[in-house]
Write a protein that binds this ligand. Structure first.
Ligand SMILES: O=C(CO)[C@H](O)[C@H](O)COP(=O)(O)O
Length: 143
């Protein structure tokens, strides 16, 4: 997959995220503090990464900020984006299964590297639910 990644801070866990994704064989495009010269404001870089998903130039995005809240809010303002702030693997699995989330938001503060690995494993191994009720809910929140 082609995955856009943003972070407003150049933190070890953000670098580990990029390395993990590349290690899984994904093509990674970076925004914000992960890309020297790019605008590192969380609102700007999160929307830049999320916009790639909406435009179809990336399959998924991962957006990060210190809390994860600003990054998820900014990403969710992009039409077509369903961003989910995930702090554990169960939540990441549910975000894919029930919400068909196409953008993963992470807190740089809360996410340790072992937790990051668990979240990414859950995120990439879970497909959206085929249940009609789930599909209707996803359609309802998709602009
Ligand atoms: O978590 C965040 C936004 O939700 C930011 O990472 C946090 O506010 C720090 O940003 P700044 O360095 O611009 O003050």
């Amino acid at each position: 997959m082609r995955i856009s990644v943003s972070s407003d801070m150049d933190q070890p866990v953000a670098r580990a995220l990029v390395a993990n994704l590349r290690g899984r064989g994904h093509e990674v495009i970076t925004y914000g503090a992960l890309s020297p010269g790019d605008d590192p404001q969380w609102a700007v870089c999160s929307q830049a990464a999320a916009s790639e998903v909406a435009a179809g130039t990336a399959d998924r995005a991962v957006v990060c900020c210190w809390t994860g809240t600003g990054a998820s809010i900014a990403a969710n303002k992009v039409p077509g984006v369903r961003a989910a702030l995930c702090t554990d693997a169960y939540t990441a699995e549910g975000a894919r299964r029930w919400n068909d989330a196409n953008v993963l938001a992470l807190s740089l503060r809360l996410t340790s590297e072992p937790l990051l690995t668990e979240i990414l494993e859950a995120w990439f191994s879970t497909e959206p639910s085929p249940e009609e009720e789930d599909r209707q809910n996803v359609a309802h929140v998709t602009r």
